[in-house]
Design a protein around this ligand. Sequence first.
Ligand SMILES: Cc1ncc(COP(=O)(O)O)c(C=O)c1O
Length: 470
Amino acid sequence: MGPPTSSRSNPAGTAAPSTPGAVKRARKYIDGHVAANPSLDVIAQAAGMSSFHLLRGFKKAIGVAPHAYLAQRRVEAARYLLLKGQPLRHVAIAADTQCPAMEDEMIDLRSDTRSQPTAEMRHIMASADVGDDVYGDDPTVKELEREVADLLGKEDAVYMVTGTMTNQVAIRAHTEPGDAVLFDQNAHVYILEGGASAAISGVLPRLLPGVRGVFTAQDVLDALGRPHRFFPSTIPAPVKLLCLENTHNVGGGKIWPIEQLAEVCNVARSKGIALHLDGARLWHATAATQIPEREYAKHFDTVSVCFSKGLGAPIGSALAGPRDFIDRARRFKQQIGGGFRQAGIVAGGALYALRHNRERLKEDHEHARLLANGIAGLPGISLDVATVETNIVRFGITSIAAGEFVEKLHAKGLYVLPSGVDGVRAIPYLNISRAQILDAVSIIASVAQEHASAATKSAYEAGASNGAGY
Ligand SMILES: Cc1ncc(COP(=O)(O)O)c(C=O)c1O
């Protein structure tokens, strides 16, 4: 009995047997039309035979059915795009699959922590040598810790899950409950770490009046007051630690001038105060100034750095300092549940980021300037472009509430963060292209213009109604 040759299974109405030439034609057709995802009928038509013959002959000649071969080719295409570092949504389209990481075509400038690991980084992570971080024998973690310590000019370093953990473990290891710590009033470690310094270390904050995160040696002296022999030194909480943040997040990526940083650290040290640097984005200061990380780090006892922000690794931060201090820090890391076993998988990504992604931060800085130059001067936007020194763009909204402005941008395809009472924060990173920055500028401009004309109209109406004109 012959094969069924309905018009559905064989639109061309041909019932030619599966000759090697026809199978070859079908294969060539699939290879050339991977992106179009052709149906079996269409492939059969191109090969000049029935679907039945296509199925049977193709499987015999190639070893898999034509639709399975097509699926394989799509996976290969997706893998190729992934290796080329293409955006995940292109990869997802090539693989004909949903990609939850890229819900749509949104441009997401909420944070540099949104960066996605590249294909090469994922490959390195998947093949990383691992041990057990708690037993101290994970080779990839050890390699990362050695490399970070060397880069920062410190004796040792310890890898942890987050920058919050490295900062808070540092505070815990530097202090005892009841001690006082000097923080800038807008320091991440003070305002954005869930109250951890109070909860974990039981320390008392003394706030410094930084301007965009930068304070002076005099501010430090003023915070310490003037001891006098009539006043018992046991009354105030002893100040044991100063934390400084470079670059400063809430300060809009502000870089500390190195002379001022040295002066502040010298004054604190002369008063017997230990020094911790929150260097979550220290890499950015170095990329912008060419001052090596260790030149900043040398003024501090301990330094925290993050791999999961601009450097593009998925997870991790490190705390560097003297060997005995880092030993003590390892104890507190364990105490708060920070031992993460086969951590080499993620440390592999951090190592890759450290070795390959520091230089390219300049591109993010350029994108931040491009964004700032594009939106400064728009109606209702307050931004001094000179304040954009690294990858963070912070600007004020004077027309409507910042939260409302951010919602309107979101409706047009741009994600940014409301910041403070009337501010907005936008941060370019690894996976953000120049074209996306230009699109972001257009979206911000259109929302700003919408509100400029509304303001003009109501002023006109108010003027018209009282006869004063406009
Ligand atoms: C300056 C600064 N320090 C510390 C952190 C905390 O890092 P993590 O999110 O890894 O806890 C951040 C996070 O954005 C930060 O901006």
